[in-house]
Design a protein around this ligand. Sequence first.
Ligand SMILES: [Zn+2]
Length: 74
Amino acid sequence: MNCPKCKSYDVRPSRRKGIIEHVLSAAGVWPFRCQRCYKRYRKVTLGRPIHHKTHGGEADPGIALDPTDEIASR
Ligand SMILES: [Zn+2]
């Protein structure tokens, strides 16, 4: 995965803005931003994009699964 504009590999997951990008993320399309030219673009990604670099103490809760989906009361 790299930037379509400057071909840099220094791209990071971007914050989703608006209902449209939330809907797109549910379909596997996540926004990214290039750290070199700051171009913002969307890309199909399997699962949630993960920051590989941790800055110490920055905990990412990830996807909170809803237990009521799996455990149905009989
Ligand atoms: Zn770029």
